[in-house]
Design a protein. Structure first.
Ligand code: ITT
Length: 409
């Protein structure tokens, strides 16, 4: 069955390039639909300070308006002699409503006033994907050089001025396939395709990956209980960037339940045993409003009809704690790219069983089922728990699962 993803852009070149790239990456069951075909043109104020913030703003606006899975692209050109300009203002460097030719002329004028006819530069693209269960970000860059004259007639925007490193042709002189293979958008979209394929089907993922969901639950418990030998062996098996990203995410989120020192120790252990470069770890710019928004969305997804009651109760106990939980916990940490919500919840269930936190465990078993986990998934958690923590934790988890399932509508 073909899934539709709305592309939150008014730039038809982006839709075309993204479609070609995702197709090439083997995502054949996805149809990218321009937002104009679903809701018509929409004004979205791009007032973020970073590409990431703007990509999120666009994706969130269209996701809210349509309720459909949405992909947004924020991109631009950063030129060294202009101190990184035009950057996030690339589309409106010559003013709101400026054409591509106007913007190129504005770059030419700015470079001339710096006495430069050429400069190192890079294109950056941040993609943000939002559906009801997750928010994913990927980033791609292409390094090269900007010259003030135009050459070639392909592509769009600053393509006639940009020569990527290792080539002597401008982007505008390349075929779409040549550009898409090496471009910032190509890189970000390839990475997004990897995540979408991996998160869509755990089963498929497990068969090509060294780390299964069971292993991620093991890593969670090992982080909370301080079992470096388990983390070492899992880290050695996390070969490719996607596996490292998933392991890192599991260890990072363990801080919410086991505290910073435990999470930091396990990240250090995983890093040392990984042999390769740093484990993948993506620092998002801190935006409390953004985290609050997506935290509320995720928390509501997990807690369903009890969400409002729970929030009201927290408000009477401690408004600060309520806000930390939503902003820091759900919005900043548990909404990050790399793991599906169901996977995050099963890892949390494993940790809570290991730590014997019975009332939180009850909520998260219910939450795991609400975001698509099955009773088989919970049985898998029980097996991991008995393996690493013994009978007592296993009994707690088993009786909790029974209690939740018996109360399910
Ligand atoms: P949406 O916001 O509606 O997606 P936009 O074109 O305004 O469309 P951005 O705000 O992300 O998009 O600005 C991106 C600008 O950066 C774009 O208009 C070009 O000027 C430039 N740009 C981005 N990717 C480019 C590429 O592959 N080739 C040439 N110029 C590019």
């Amino acid at each position: 069955m073909t899934r539709k993803i709305v592309v939150a852009t008014g730039n038809s070149h982006k839709v075309q390039e993204l479609s070609e790239i995702l197709n090439r990456c083997g995502i054949s069951d996805v149809e990218l639909v321009p937002m104009s075909a679903v809701i018509g043109p929409m004004e979205i104020e791009e007032d973020g300070q970073t590409f990431q913030d703007n990509a999120h703003l666009k994706a969130m606006a269209v996701f809210k308006a349509t309720g459909l899975a949405t992909l947004a692209d924020d991109s631009g050109l950063c030129i060294d002699v202009l101190g990184g300009d035009p950057g996030v203002r690339s589309a409106r460097y010559a003013g709101l409503g400026a054409s591509d030719a106007d913007n190129r002329a504005a770059v030419r004028a700015a470079m001339a006033s710096n006495g430069a006819s050429s400069s190192p530069a890079r294109f950056v693209c941040v993609l943000c994907y939002i559906d009801p269960l997750r928010t994913l970000f990927t980033v791609g860059e292409s390094l090269g050089r900007i010259d003030v004259d135009d050459q070639g007639s392909g592509g769009f925007g600053y393509d006639p001025m940009f020569t990527p490193d290792g080539f002597d042709q401008r982007y505008a002189e390349m075929t779409p396939e040549e550009k898409n293979t090496i471009s910032h958008r190509g890189r970000a979209a390839e990475r997004m395709a990897e995540l979408l394929i991996a998160l869509e089907s755990d089963r498929e993922y497990s068969s090509v990956s060294g780390l299964t969901l069971e292993d991620l639950c093991r890593a969670s418990i090992a982080s909370a209980l301080g079992r470096p030998e388990v983390i070492e062996s899992l880290s050695r098996r996390a070969q490719d960037p996607l596996q490292r990203l998933r392991l890192t995410e599991v260890l990072l989120q363990s801080y919410l339940f086991a505290g910073f020192p435990a999470a930091l120790d396990s990240l250090a252990t995983a890093h040392a045993a990984g042999r390769s470069s740093a484990l993948s770890d993506h620092v998002e710019s801190y935006r409390a409003d953004l985290f609050e928004e997506r935290g509320q969305m995720l928390c509501r997804e997990i807690y369903g009809s009890v969400y409002d009651k729970m929030m009201a109760r927290f408000e009477t106990i401690s408004p600060s704690m309520r806000s930390w939980m939503i902003i820091e916990g759900y919005g900043k940490t548990l909404s990050r790219a790399g793991l599906a919500t169901r996977e995050r919840e099963l890892c949390i269930v494993s940790i809570l069983a290991a730590l014997g936190r019975s009332s939180q465990l009850y909520s998260h078993v219910r939450g795991a089922l609400a975001v698509g986990a099955t009773e088989d998934d919970l049985e898998m958690c029980q097996n991991v728990v008995v393996e690493l923590c013994g009978r007592r934790a296993y009994d707690l988890l088993q009786s909790t699962v029974r209690a939740v399932v018996s109360k399910a509508p």
